[in-house]
Ligand binder design. Structure first.
Ligand code: IPT
Length: 981
């Protein structure tokens, strides 16, 4: 039985050979806009003959094109990561196959008569059958790839034309497009009618190299057209095509210096504009280089997604997100996991990014079957796969930003990969090939890994990795550069550990950086019935199979506001390092970590801050430094200070750039100038404990067992509940607590997955989220209240013995806490160790001195700098799409919580304290599934912590490294509390 066209494993039919996407002066007609649309549940149920020009579509709906139709209320989005949402029986697809018929009428000027023309689709998900004026043009698959159909002779110039496009959600192509993202059918990129004048430029291939040894550019434009080449800025006028031109005085293209030259390739009938960037990419002695210099990827994986529009990303959004990347020191993009909208590459040429351009190929669901049946190893699919590679390479070959071709993602490895690689190599020998799935690097030029732990990266850096499974290939792979095509899983709160990777990338020449997974949370914007906005994820649309919030794992939120992970990334990868010079030298070291440029676009400013107050500032002269070079500079003349003092040096842009204005901070460093003096004020003491009721004199000495007492016990400004040993009042404010707290609302990275370490599960087994506090004793000393408790969970023998020693004077309360593990604890870290206390809801302004302004955790705190900060309690929250622990501030010297009148509490750490403050409890945060589940209560819950365990990358990568884990071990910490103001 022959297969219906949408199940045919081949590449489709009727389309023209692939070619470059370029701008020409030939006329074109943009066919985006409002189309007519009809959705059917099955292919057979779709309206027969609706491609006929005179078909009556008056009963159809309007739909914008481009669009992902489920985002417009037709059907629903569905999310799966690895699994196919249909039975795996390639190339068959379900009978229930949403089929969208699209129709568009348009007129073509009469002067198009006798002009050849093509109809171009830049992206249709997943299979389209196309008719113009009732005439079938063909069938295309390969959702993120262009398809062009010849419409010469079918088009009616000077008259109305009717274009009909039938789009099937499921097709044989769906087996090749199992990327970790929403399933979203539709014509999601532009549709354009292009005049292709006879004697015009059918295609062209720009080869623009740069010889760094002699500083010349080489330029050859290949085309079959009878054309000339003009590059005004290089003095080339009507020069020959298909000929190499050697050009002196060329400025090379790099992401740091994205110099482009406007060029025109002209025939008698067409002028094509291209922008040329001269650069040579080569692997030299096992190192990936551009223009002779080792390069480093400070990259992100970028999917194309918009929270309201699905796969349609408006151009202004794309530009804004690239600007945001530039401002955060991102220098590379892997177009995970398909070729991007062509505009992206134009902008990457212009703004400066390395791009790993990835083919639209993923068959991840076959991993479940040990890759049995994988299309990548089945000759029936070979043409489709090579066709996908060809369409990507041909479309994008003229972009200097494209540094490597990638054969796809998570598609096992098979002979069809070899055929794809062969195509790319023959057509474009100047770009290396990437494919992580080819572990032995049979077909590729770089060794690529996902989510290896740092020590494994270092081992590979030393070329000490385990051999390949094919010993014949081992020597070859061992001589390749290493790229982490994915690392640092930015799901929820995280990733942690970025700085540790960066150190290894800098230490080992072979380790050339990587791409954080991933840039963007793919949440879909929704509203609750009462109108509150939230972002939906897998399962929110009633999917039968789904992978929940695994689709929400970016450095920016779905609306592209940065999350703290991006701020951390920007700091960790900054292209200038500013730090203390060698020990004891009293100098400041500035290192140029750009690959290709000096620092002439930056100026350096300094400010001296004493306890967060600026006391002096100035400019720091920094000599020109070559890439990789450093200078040890004398510190500026600094005034004497007495309090804790820091020198902050910033590298800021001298002039405006397309992505940031003059003054934008590219890099910064902070040097301690003077440590905090020892506290001059004595620890609060002297107050004698008193019983609050009865008004009698203080109890000299006594012990109250659990439940004893009755009435309050007072110590200076603190009033205790003697039954629990906690405070009920402090400086006249009603409070509840503090009590020992070891729980945090688990993060995605705490939950773990792939590597088997699941801290969240272990914590819940130990009952850390439901600890009981047994009062062992409440003792009054002369000048102290000592509370001893044992903290443990139901059906657990292990516990924590806690001693709270309270002292006070008239103005201050001091608390010293000692914690000792009791019993035989398993080797599991604690999520946090500290105190939790509820305070009145109106103490909602927080000022603090310490690292800030953003949240920080032990393995993600590079971006926090010491200063004086202020935020409301609401501003302290990070609204992770899937609610979880967030908002921690580390190492505060002090913090003040005040109400509008300035009344409140001042907490001082001895010497420092971590804190979080929120309007809900950790338990409520832990239970919430969407941000709208979090409802402010009538109190603020304040955590004052000795510390927390770090974040890690455990939701897909390595769990938090050992040294960032908080062990179950004896611990002590102390705070004092005073009235604010
Ligand atoms: C890896 C995928 O390549 C990527 O698309 C994404 O799913 C990521 O994981 C997790 O968010 S594959 C995984 C099995 C390492």
């Amino acid at each position: 039985m022959t297969l219906p066209y949408y199940e045919d494993p081949g590449p489709g039919h009727g389309a023209l050979p692939a070619r470059a996407w370029f701008r020409s002066d030939a006329p074109c007609i943009d066919l985006t806009g409002t189309w007519r649309f009809h959705l059917s549940d099955t292919v057979a149920g779709a309206p027969d003959g609706c491609w006929a020009p005179d078909f009556d579509d008056s009963g159809w709906l309007d739909l914008p094109v481009p669009s992902s139709w489920p985002m417009h209320g037709h059907g629903r989005p569905a999310y799966t990561n690895v699994v196919y949402p249909f039975p795996v029986e390639p190339p068959h697809v379900p009978t229930d196959n949403p089929t969208g018929d699209h129709r568009r009428r348009f007129t073509v000027p009469a002067n198009w008569a006798n002009v050849p023309a093509v109809l171009r689709f830049d992206g249709v998900d997943s299979c389209a059958r196309v008719w113009l004026n009732g005439h079938e043009l063909g069938v295309t698959r390969g959702s993120r790839l262009p398809a062009e159909f010849d419409v010469t002779g079918v088009l009616r110039p000077g008259a109305e034309n009717v274009l009909a496009v039938r789009v099937h959600q499921w097709s044989s192509g769906s087996y090749l497009e199992d990327q970790d993202m929403w399933w979203l059918p539709g014509i999601f990129r532009e549709v354009t009618l292009l005049a292709r004048p006879a004697g015009g430029v059918p295609d062209l291939f720009v080869h623009a190299g740069y010889d760094h040894r002699i500083g010349t550019g080489t330029l050859r434009v290949d085309t079959t057209a009878d054309a000339t080449l003009t590059v005004p800025d290089l003095g080339l006028v009507d020069a020959a095509v298909n000929t190499e031109h050697v050009l002196g005085g060329v400025r090379p293209w790099t992401p740091e210096t994205p110099d482009l030259y406007d060029a025109v390739v002209a025939t008698a009938t067409e002028r094509v504009r291209v922008r040329i960037g001269f650069r040579t990419v080569a692997i030299v002695d096992g190192v990936l280089t551009a223009n002779g210099q080792r390069i480093q990827f400070r990259g992100v994986n970028r999917h194309e997604f918009h929270p309201d529009l699905g796969r349609v990303v408006p151009p202004e959004t794309v530009r804004a997100e690239l600007e945001l990347m530039k401002r955060h020191n991102v220098n590379a993009i892997r177009t995970s996991h398909y070729p991007p909208h062509p505009l992206l590459l134009d902008l990457c040429d212009e703004m400066g990014f390395w791009v790993v351009d990835e083919c639209d190929l993923e068959t991840h669901g076959f991993q479940w079957f040990d890759w049995r049946g994988n299309p990548c190893d089945d000759p029936a699919w070979r043409d489709a796969l090579v066709d996908r590679m060809r369409r990507m390479v041909e479309r994008d070959k003229n972009h200097p930003c494209v540094v490597m071709w990638s054969l796809g993602n998570e598609a096992g490895v098979g002979t069809n990969h070899g055929a794809m690689a062969q195509y790319a190599r023959e057509r474009d020998p100047d770009r290396p090939l990437h494919y992580e799935g080819d572990r032995d690097c049979r077909w590729t030029d770089v060794y690529s890994l996902m989510y290896p732990p740092v020590d494994e990266v270092a081992r590979i850096g030393r070329r000490e990795e385990a051999p390949t499974s094919d010993p014949g290939l081992d020597a070859r792979r061992r001589a390749m550069p290493l790229i982490l095509c994915e690392y640092a899983h930015a799901m929820g709160n995280g990733p942690g550990g970025l700085a540790d990777y960066q150190r290894v990338f800098e230490q080992y020449e072979r380790c050339q950086g990587g791409f954080v997974w991933e840039w963007l949370d793919h949440g879909i914007r929704q509203r609750t019935s009462d109108g509150r906005e939230f972002f939906a994820y897998g399962g929110d649309f009633g999917e039968e199979l789904h992978d929940g919030n695994f689709v929400v794992d970016g450095l920016v939120f779905p609306d592209r506001t940065p999350s703290p992970g991006l701020t951390e990334f920007a700091k960790v990868v900054e292209p200038v390092r500013i730090e203390a010079g060698p020990d004891g030298s009293g100098t400041l070291r500035v290192t140029n970590r750009y690959d290709h440029r000096e620092l002439d676009h930056l100026r350096f400013t300094w400010v001296l801050e004493e306890e967060g107050h600026a006391v002096a500032d100035g400019e720091l002269p920094v000599p020109q430094l070559p890439p990789g070079g450093h200078a040890d500079l004398d510190l500026p003349q600094l005034p004497r200070t007495s309090g804790e003092t820091w020198l902050t040096v910033r590298a800021v842009l001298v002039g405006d750039w397309p992505w940031a204005q003059a003054g934008h901070v590219v890099a910064w460093g902070q040097l301690p100038v003077r440590p905090a003096p020892l506290p001059s004020d004595a620890w609060p003491s002297g107050s004698r404990p008193r019983h609050g009721t009865g008004g009698g004199p203080g109890t000299d000495r006594g012990t109250v067992g659990g439940g004893g007492g009755g009435g309050g016990v007072m110590l200076g400004p603190a009033v205790f509940d003697p039954a629990r040993g906690t405070l009920v009042e402090l400086f006249g404010l009603p409070v509840d607590g503090p009590r020992l707290d070891v729980w945090r609302a688990v993060t995605d990275n705490d939950c773990g997955s792939r590597r088997g370490v699941r801290f969240a599960e272990q914590w819940r087994e130990l009952g850390l989220h439901r600890m009981h506090h047994r009062l062992v004793a409440l003792t009054y000393a002369d000048d102290a209240v000592v509370v001893r408790t044992r903290v443990a969970a139901a059906q657990q023998q292990v516990g924590l013995l806690v001693t709270y020693r309270w002292t006070a004077d008239a103005d201050a309360v001091g608390l010293q806490v000692a914690v000792a593990p009791d019993g035989d604890w398993p080797p599991v870290p604690l999520p946090r160790l500290g105190l939790r206390m509820a305070v009145p809801a109106d103490l909602d302004t927080v000022d603090w001195y310490g690292p800030g302004p953003g949240e920080a955790y032990p393995d993600s705190r590079c971006a926090a700098r010491v200063g004086r900060w202020s935020a409301t309690v609401d501003e302290l929250q990070t609204p992770y799409v899937y609610p979880q622990e967030n908002g921690n501030r580390v190492d505060a010297r002090w913090l003040r919580l005040t109400d509008r009148s300035g009344t409140g509490l001042l907490v001082t750490g001895h010497p420092v304290v971590d804190f979080t403050a929120r309007r809900w409890t950790s338990e409520q945060l832990d239970a919430a599934r969407h941000t709208t589940d979090l409802v402010p209560g009538d109190r603020i819950h304040l955590n004052l912590d000795l510390g927390q365990t770090g974040l890690g990358s455990g939701s897909c990568g390595p769990e938090v490294a050992e040294r960032y884990r908080l062990p179950v071990a004896p611990a002590r910490f102390a705070v004092t509390v005073r009235p604010a103001g």
